[in-house]
Ligand binder design. Structure first.
Ligand SMILES: Cc1cc2nc3c(=O)[nH]c(=O)nc-3n(C[C@H](O)[C@H](O)[C@H](O)COP(=O)(O)OP(=O)(O)OC[C@H]3O[C@@H](n4cnc5c(N)ncnc54)[C@H](O)[C@@H]3O)c2cc1C
Length: 298
């Protein structure tokens, strides 16, 4: 019954949506079955109102670029994709990017405006919202180092707030957004004026490192595990002889042992079993508990 009301709500509010839609095209690892609804609000206002409308009535999940998630075979509820909310603006040394803007586009925009700091975001395939949620990091830098404040939707109070960095509880692959009552609407990056050639050079060198080390030609969701203390998950997995090991079509990449790739028709179940077996092996061989970085949504 509510699903009929939802259709009407989406139509009346001019929000594009799909019914009984395939999820796989919206997640980089291409694993996920059918969702009752996938909606694509194109403004912050529509996004907040939609969350407020469905909250407590049906299951819902917000996705940016889907580069860190995989889904179960059926998602009975609403997936909200933010990629149509993607404006980027500049004010002095600050770049203000809406949640659905791509991290790579932010890095390019900073370069175009001779601002340095977020070169490391170049090549991370996620969105600004997903980047803040995950506190995306690369080459020794974390997104939070360059965040001044976020525009946030507090879904419990149904209020939009500006939260400065101190309140965002950033840590390694951690943020306040993980408690799921707050949603990222936009992020203000605080950058420094720099030399355009040097910025470009750094971006290119990061991109080259990615091309050399990561399996960019096969679907994946990035690093499957968080970095354990004083070590690398990829090094441990490689040392355990698990490169190329697979369950169904889910396989430990032969190029980068930290990545799980989908060779064609991997299912969530394949990935779950593979993750479990990797964790068991690493625990047995090195007495280290790996923790998943990729997110399973069911
Ligand atoms: C080839 C490849 C390379 C990668 N390299 C890196 C890397 O170098 N460093 C790194 O850190 N990661 C890397 N990743 C992982 C991924 O790109 C990052 O974690 C990215 O920040 C996820 O952004 P996303 O928009 O895709 O998030 P999604 O996968 O869409 O979502 C991730 C989480 O964020 C939440 N979320 C999304 N948008 C919002 C919002 N607006 N408000 C609140 N919550 C939100 C979702 O609900 C979900 O829980 C890589 C992935 C791939 C496939």
């Amino acid at each position: 019954m509510f699903f009929e009301d939802l259709c009407l709500y989406l139509d009346v509010n001019s929000i594009e949506y799909k019914k009984e839609a395939e999820i796989a095209p919206y997640v980089s690892i291409r694993v996920g079955g059918i969702a009752s609804f996938i909606a694509f609000p194109d403004s912050i206002e529509k996004l907040c109102n939609l969350i407020n409308y469905v909250r407590g009535k049906i299951k819902y999940y917000i996705l940016g670029n889907g580069t860190n998630c995989y889904f179960a075979d059926y998602f009975e509820g609403l997936i909200i994709i933010t990629n149509k909310i993607n404006e980027i603006n500049i004010s002095k040394n600050n770049i203000i990017a809406e949640c659905g803007a791509s991290l790579t586009r932010c890095a390019v925009y900073a370069y175009e405006n001779s601002l340095t700091g977020i070169e490391f975001l170049y090549g991370i395939p996620g969105s600004v919202g997903g980047g803040a949620y995950m506190n995306a990091s690369a080459y020794g830098y974390m997104t939070s180092q360059f965040i001044k404040e976020c525009l946030v939707y507090d879904s419990i109070k149904n209020k939009i707030l500006i939260m400065n960095k101190d309140r965002l509880d950033f840590g390694i692959k951690h943020s306040v957004f993980m408690n799921k009552e707050y949603f990222v609407l936009s992020v203000t990056f605080d950058l420094t004026v720099g030399n355009k050639d040097k910025i470009k050079c750094l971006m290119d060198s990061y991109m080259n490192k990615r091309i050399v080390s990561q399996p960019l030609d096969v679907p994946s969701a990035g690093s499957a595990f968080k970095r354990p203390k004083n070590d690398y998950a990829s090094r441990l997995i490689d040392k355990a002889g698990l490169k190329g090991y697979g369950i169904g079509d889910a396989e430990v990449s032969t190029k980068h042992a930290g990545f799980i790739v989908n060779k064609g028709n991997a299912t969530a179940n394949d990935i779950n079993i593979l993750l479990y077996e990797i964790k068991e092996t690493i625990k047995e061989k090195f007495d280290i508990e790996l923790e998943e970085e990729i997110i399973f949504v069911e």
